[in-house]
Design a protein around this ligand. Structure first.
Ligand code: SF4
Length: 327
């Protein structure tokens, strides 16, 4: 059976995802999971989410996908041990050193390689397998050919986003450093990192989604060329049966920052679709067309709201907004 992995940006969202049939929910501790504080959780909330899921036969994985410095590593590993003691079933991690350390500490836990690792080929996936990871999320630029290549190269578990493959784009998510630009945000006292600043990749709360707004590029006196660095992701459907046939084990729904009702509806939808493929009762994806169109449109509306919100936080007060492009 494939795993439906759903976001838990809050206790309510985690519970809704479990209630609608997610097999596993992922949650991020404050300051350690590359998301705004409002989409991360305190340790108490994480414990509640683990208890809630466990009581219903489901699991929680912890997103620890920032890059911890040498000085943070003890805190990082203390957190790993705390969540393991709470009963989480695994971790989503980016940093290679951290992956190796977690594997040594907890031989039985499940380690997913986060999208932040920015792999570019099948041999990168094999590198993470050799390091001790169990699962790797594939970039959603990757289609069936790449999935087949990774399977041939390594026995690491395959995970894909529930987004259609998009093979165009001008940046490589995971290797992007733009989260550091525009403005650093202070870490919060509750995160226990002291008076520090940093980029989202280091845990300072948020990437401003610079890649998702329209930018005007000019050269000398030439007219501005307007473009976006990344295309919008579209929820997956038609590719699902083939991904399953290729051995993809885990389907990840993104969206810790989305509204809980939207995540609830998406989990319900994908639970039905996956179950229908696995038991053979619904192999024609065409029957979901209308439902999917509604969900896709809600997804885009929410995505645009979130990007506008983040970019408004990123614009320095002393700089006129047009200089940063138009959202
Ligand atoms: S700017 Fe875009 S690609 Fe870069 S880190 Fe942020 S969301 Fe990822």
């Amino acid at each position: 059976m494939p795993t439906l992995l759903a976001p838990g940006g809050s206790r309510e969202m985690a519970a809704a995802a479990v209630d609608e049939g997610a097999d596993v929910v992922y949650v991020g501790p404050l300051g350690w999971s590359r998301r705004p504080a409002e989409s991360e959780m305190t340790d108490d909330d994480i414990k509640s989410a683990i208890d809630y899921a466990g009581a219903r036969g489901r699991q929680v994985r912890i997103v620890l996908n920032t890059f911890p410095s040498t000085f943070e590593m003890d805190d990082f590993l203390a957190k790993v041990q705390r969540y393991a003691d709470y009963g989480c079933s695994g971790f989503i991690v980016t940093d290679p050193g951290a992956i190796a350390l977690i594997r040594r500490m907890l031989p039985e836990t499940v380690i997913h390689v986060s999208i932040g690792s920015g792999i570019t080929n099948a041999w990168d996936a094999r590198f993470y397998r050799d390091l001790g990871a169990d699962m790797i999320i594939l970039p959603y630029r990757w289609g069936e050919t790449e999935v087949e290549q990774v399977s041939r190269c390594s026995d690491i578990g395959l995970e894909v986003f529930l987004f259609e493959t998009i093979q165009t784009g001008k940046i490589c998510p995971g290797k992007c450093i733009m989260s550091s630009y525009l403005k650093y945000r202070e870490w919060l006292p509750a995160e226990g990192k002291g008076e520090s600043f940093g980029s989202a990749n280091r845990g300072a709360k948020e990437c401003y989604r610079v890649c998702q707004v329209q930018w005007d590029f000019t050269s000398g006196s030439e007219a501005a060329q307007s473009l976006k660095l990344r295309r919008d992701a579209r929820l997956m459907l038609d590719q699902l049966p083939r991904m399953l046939a290729l051995g993809v084990e885990c389907f990840k729904l993104s969206g810790r920052e989305r509204p809980t009702p939207m995540i609830r509806d998406l989990v319900r939808f994908y639970r039905k679709v996956l179950d229908g493929i696995v038991d053979g009762s619904r192999l024609d994806m065409g029957v979901y067309g209308e439902d999917l169109a509604v969900l896709r449109s809600r997804w885009i509306v929410e995505k645009n709201k979130r990007v506008d919100n983040l970019m408004s936080r990123a614009t320095p007060a002393e700089v006129a907004a047009p200089r940063w492009g138009t959202a």
